[in-house]
Ligand binder design. Sequence first.
Ligand code: ATP
Length: 320
Amino acid sequence: MTAAPVISVRGLRKAYGATEAVRGVDLDVRPGEIFGLLGPNGAGKTTTVEILEGYRGRSAGEVRVLGHDPADGDPAFRDRIGIVLQSTGVERHLTAAEAVALYAGYYARPRPAAELLELVGLGGSADVRVGRLSGGQRRRLDLAIALAGSPEIVFLDEPTTGFDPSARRDAWGLIRRLADDGTTVLLTTHFMDEAQVLADRLAVIVDGRIVAEGTPAEVVARVPAPTTIAFRLPDGAVPPADLSVDADPERPGRFLARTEEPTPLLHRITTWAVGAGLALDELSVTRPTLEETYLSLTGHAPEAEAAPDPGIGRRRRGRR
Ligand code: ATP
């Protein structure tokens, strides 16, 4: 893990008039890793990512992406990155193969359309018009287009919003394969399970600042949050008060203890139960999840999955 970063950001700031959207972000992304950027609406994720892509200027700070300053607008830089936005604006009358070939034509190192469609699982839909693809297929087409120039870095903006569970799994597999093949992936997402499964490392951004960074496990471990010990007792049995175990208000007969030091408490609970000749049915010890950590870092619940909305090109930007 000593390879030089492909994305390096120091002291990044961006103000829109009086609104300070990004307030001093430092970031390193290493080659071939999947880096997740998490945060509530308005935290500054899109602003940060668009500065890295070269689509937005910055107010202050140093930014290097593949050795370039994205603000220079160097076409050689644009050729080395791929971008997938939240929704597609691809011409509806083209077939999937024609759409991919059209975009591939902009690049110095185009990949064949058939290969790209195969890669994203659209091999059987090459001759289907874009307007007839399902929402999930359109998102995959967007990914094929983003990969058309054999990019070294792919920027994915909420890549699975609107996907059904099996399509999400497929997308995760595809993103993982890209990274395994050496492509660096910068991903924004509102889904904690997605970040937990996919991200090698992640940063949580709140009000324009990074509040936690590391592997998902490191981020969870850095924020003190209680582990939950749960078990069920036979009718009428109650743990002694000094164990600080509470009855589960929602499930009679079940008990819960929340502690930041689970080992000694578990020892005391099991010692008591064995001494009393009781079995702790359904005994479980649950570590804090990334979702709970995110909640305590941001004060926000992760957004619920949005309804599919493939028709609106929210932030589709042309190449320039
Ligand atoms: P989301 O999860 O909703 O996509 P985000 O984390 O990507 O949010 P940004 O879109 O970067 O957040 O917005 C950060 C802040 O900057 C917000 O307060 C937003 O209103 C503001 N902002 C973003 N773009 C502009 C703009 N073009 N002009 C003025 N203010 C902007």
